[in-house]
Write a protein that binds this ligand. Structure first.
Ligand code: ATP
Ligand code: MG
Length: 523
């Protein structure tokens, strides 16, 4: 017998199942409704994009891009690519004429496959690929001379160089573009803004999205490799503080409508990348960090060089008293950023949004500026951030668009759902309103019609596909959590009076079809 292995969802991914999916739908429906009332429209960008887009927008040195993305070359030439790997890994022995001739024929076969793929447009027809193919051809010509006895005087050194020459050319071939599953969606939204010339629409453009994101992180509670975000972006227009505040107001309204408990909003301003603002502050911070370097852990010590702001993110207990004494950005903002921050806080107060200031809330990337915010919720343990957001006025320009203001947030939907479930707001199991217990051929025809009418009227109906004994049918009905059993046998069909049994009270009543619908609607 063949060995049938069992399949499991890939590590860090999971199936969302009923009844939980009902809660997901409710949350998403709430997002559609609330965001629409604030004038946002939905965007559905693709789930994969050129790797380069994320490298540029999220930053090549971030964990997300440097080690967490699912990236792959976009082509189907796996066979040819396998040949290439084979060629690159080969170390043919110069003295073994059979090994050399095998290598030569592998290279020639590879060349003709690549040639076909290029002509068929299955490989990108670029100058780099043309050059690599040329190099392969000349390498192949050169190496075949080692097979001819009259040139036996050639040295092993020359042979090795020729092999390397061929291998370099093979390695340089690009079979397809490098693409990645999206680790976040802000980059895609900005790309779409540019691609569709949205700067010609009335500004600002307000967009929201929801869907799966992919990051190869260590899975744990509230952290998955496929997770879901609901996010919104405001692009273009001014950077008026009211825009920041209204976006946050919308977010808190959404959480409120979802019934999320124990939410805490933290805000900060990280100024802008200028000497008299954040850059000046970072220099001060760095100098101070150097002074206390010996008391910091290895990660923080490294970050003093790579990204001093991120030291402020540290969760290590013994670093906390040291970090508390570090210079704070609020004291180093330029006048405009200071004014902007004060105005954002005022605008939040006008809207009755309660916030806490957290000077340690930073974003490591240069184009993030001014407002940053984060929301935590209860019941999530250490993964308690349900939303992160901030202003990123430089991003659209960085991606090749016109100078454009931008601000947005991303909610971790998985964590939002977890928190709702922890506080008892999970979805109830999906029951049925009516289970139709039918007996006999004639009753079956009536049962089909009854099911159709009841479903059209919006009731959840279960119609068993095969005839069941009366007792068995009622047992199934209760197992499915049905409120009523509609009993249809010969008698009911003949008299036109159907029997409706309340499964909680066991009360029965006889009703015509119309009376039945009226009765159910009246409940
Ligand atoms: P964290 O510090 O929790 O890793 P982050 O800074 O990586 O979060 P963002 O990139 O700002 O998070 O994404 C916004 C939100 O998306 C987070 O606040 C969180 O709720 C959620 N999120 C991020 N990564 C994951 C993941 N791997 N699994 C589930 N949710 C996630
Ligand atoms: Mg993270």
């Amino acid at each position: 017998m063949a060995n049938k292995s069992k399949f499991q969802a890939i590590r860090g991914t999971r199936d969302l199942l009923p009844p939980e999916t009902a809660l997901w739908n409710r949350v998403e429906q709430t997002a559609h409704e609330v965001f629409t009332t604030f004038g946002f429209g939905e965007i559905r960008p693709p789930i994969f994009e050129p790797t380069e887009l994320f490298a540029r927008a999220v930053g090549g040195e971030t964990d997300i891009v440097s080690k967490e993305m699912y990236s792959f070359p976009d082509h189907t030439l796996w066979g040819v690519e396998g040949q290439r790997t084979n060629i690159i890994l080969r170390r043919p022995n110069f003295e073994d004429i059979r090994a050399v001739s095998l290598f030569v024929s592998q290279v020639d076969d590879f060349i003709s496959q690549v040639d076909v793929a290029l002509k068929a447009g299955e490989m990108p027809k670029t100058n780099d690929n043309d050059r690599a193919l040329e190099q392969l051809r000349s390498g192949s010509d050169r190496i075949s001379t080692f097979l001819v006895p009259s040139t036996a005087g050639l040295s092993e050194e020359q042979f090795k160089l020729t092999v390397a020459f061929i291998q370099d050319a093979a390695a340089a071939l690009k079979f397809g573009d490098q693409v990645s599953l999206r680790p976040e969606a802000t980059a895609s939204v900005c790309r779409a803004y540019i691609e569709h010339n949205m700067q010609q629409l009335p500004q600002p453009v307000k967009l929201y999205y929801m869907g799966p994101m992919f990051r190869r992180e260590r899975p744990q509670k509230g952290r998955y490799r496929q997770f879901y975000q609901i996010g919104a972006e405001i692009l273009g227009g001014p950077d008026a503080p009211a825009i920041d505040a209204e976006l946050i107001e919308m977010l808190m309204t959404f959480f409120d409508k979802c019934g999320l408990q124990g939410t805490e909003l933290s805000i900060n301003s990280i100024g802008h990348a200028a000497d008299n603002c954040r850059r000046g502050y970072v220099a001060r911070l760095k100098a101070e960090l150097e002074r206390v370097k010996d008391k910091l852990g290895a990660d923080s010590q490294r970050r003093i060089e790579t990204n001093p702001l991120r030291v402020l993110d540290s969760k290590l207990d013994h670093e906390q008293p040291i970090i508390e004494k570090l210079p704070r950005i609020a004291d180093h903002l330029c006048d405009e950023c200071k004014t902007h921050y004060a105005a954002v806080k005022h605008e939040l107060e006008l809207r009755g949004v309660i916030y806490r200031e957290n000077w340690r809330l930073v974003r490591g990337l240069d184009y993030y500026m001014r407002t940053t915010f984060e929301i935590t919720a209860q019941g999530l343990g250490s993964q308690n951030a349900v939303c992160g957001g901030g202003r990123y006025d430089g991003l659209v320009e960085l991606l090749g668009g016109p100078p454009t203001k931008g601000i947005g947030f991303a909610i971790g939907e998985d964590r939002l759902i977890l928190s709702l479930q922890e506080s008892g707001k999970g979805a109830a199991p999906q029951g049925r309103d009516v289970y139709i217990a039918w007996m006999g051929e004639r009753a079956y025809a009536t049962a089909i019609r009854a099911a159709k009418d009841l479903r059209n009227a919006g009731f959840r109906v279960e119609l068993p596909p095969t005839e069941l004994k009366f007792g068995k049918a009622l047992e199934r009905a209760s197992k499915l959590g049905s409120r009523f059993a509609l009993i249809l046998g010969d008698n009911e069909v003949q008299s036109g009076e159907w029997t409706l049994k309340n499964l909680a009270t066991s009360e029965q009543q006889k009703l015509t079809e119309q009376a039945l619908l009226d009765y159910l609607h009246g409940l």
